[in-house]
Design a protein around this ligand. Sequence first.
Ligand code: URP
Ligand code: ZN
Ligand code: ZN
Length: 467
Amino acid sequence: MGLLIKDGEIVTADARCHADIYIANETITSIGLDLQVPAETEVIDANGKLIFPGFIDPHVHIHLPFMATFAKDTHATASVAALIGGTTTFIEMVCPSRGEDALEGYHKWKQKAEGTSACDYAFHMGVTHYDAGTEAQLREIVKDGTASFKIFLSYKGFFGVDDNEMFRVLKLAAELGVITTAHCENSELVSQMQHALLAAGKTGPEWHEPSRPEAIEAEGTSRFATFVEQTGATGYVVHLSCAPALHAAVEAKLRGVKLYVESVVPHFLLDKSYAELPGVEGMKHVMSPPLRDKSNQQVLWSSLETRLIDTVGTDHCPFDTGQKLLGANDFTQIPNGIPGIEERINLMYTYGVNRGRLNIHRFVDALSTQPAKLFGLFPRKGTIAVGSDADLVIYDQEYRGILTAAKQHTNNDYCGFEGFAIEGRPSVVMVRGKVQVRDGVFIGDQGRGLFLRREPQYQKHEVADAC
Ligand code: URP
Ligand code: ZN
Ligand code: ZN
């Protein structure tokens, strides 16, 4: 049976119009005024509401063994939280530990998501070491439809790769035509700073930011960009947090490096004073790169609007207060991360679009269309067009609410944005034509989510052998 969405106002990255949308067999089959449809068609009245393409979160952690513990969500909890917040596809970072084979890790992550995710999903393949077997395994993973890599320049001895490994990953990525995403902080400098601060008795969460200053992120960004440039690869800087790192990225873009930039919701709305709160309140806000001086927020907002920043993700990574307290006596042991998959759309709509900082088309572009384009999902995802998957968010701009842990669906005992007011929320969220959420309640199929296979889409380029 078909489904008709009637009388809504469609908003995409480049258009806005009143029209009906007809959906059959999971896809959008027609868009127009007063569509004539079969008699038995189910009708959803979208009068007075906006209709956005399903949002795509390009950076989430769900299964994550990290800092002596595991992030709290399962694919079941995170996907429901995502949908309630209007995200219909997420791209999860596969992060095997350094001792684990890439392929083994990849299959482990895939098995965890299969049949349990309520929304569609894809992966970035984290490369956490590069040995004799890695290249063949990565080729197999790309053939399986995971056409993006992830590297960490930080987290020395855990997820972090050295410059030789980074070169080899980028060389292979260039040859295969896949994009490489990177966490850009200089791990050696972070480690030296951490030791010096701890030796001086500075153990609280307020020292997390000083241990990873802006210059250290700028150096990581600049070095990653140089390696991307020299290998002819395509790079994507994840969770960029501050003006100096943005300068490094833009400088590289301007000299022709194929480099894209993502920032994540916490850095637009929270600042380092949150991590300076006493006790576990501060620990809740420990993430890397750290929350920065507030002056960076204006730079991020204006750079998002003017497209120096390409996408907005979350870096969703929930650890509960018990886990955060693992670092009660040593800030370097606080599990890094904050949840956000449920809040991204409503926060960026409220504090971006409604506050006049972000054009509504750019909002759709950065949170849906660009992630789809950069990661090989467009035009199946990321737009509202005939032939696209019917992943749609019917958005109620009149809704007013306050974010709080007591009402969230993410599996955590705190909300990263506790007390923030929101002005708007999804009224109906559908995944390939199936209504999964109505007015903040999950009413759909828990196992509906599909693994999205993606083809390499960047220019292929051979580089001389690494040593
Ligand atoms: O603090 C963060 N960002 N935790 C998750 C791991 C990462 O660096 O992305
Ligand atoms: Zn990171
Ligand atoms: Zn991350």
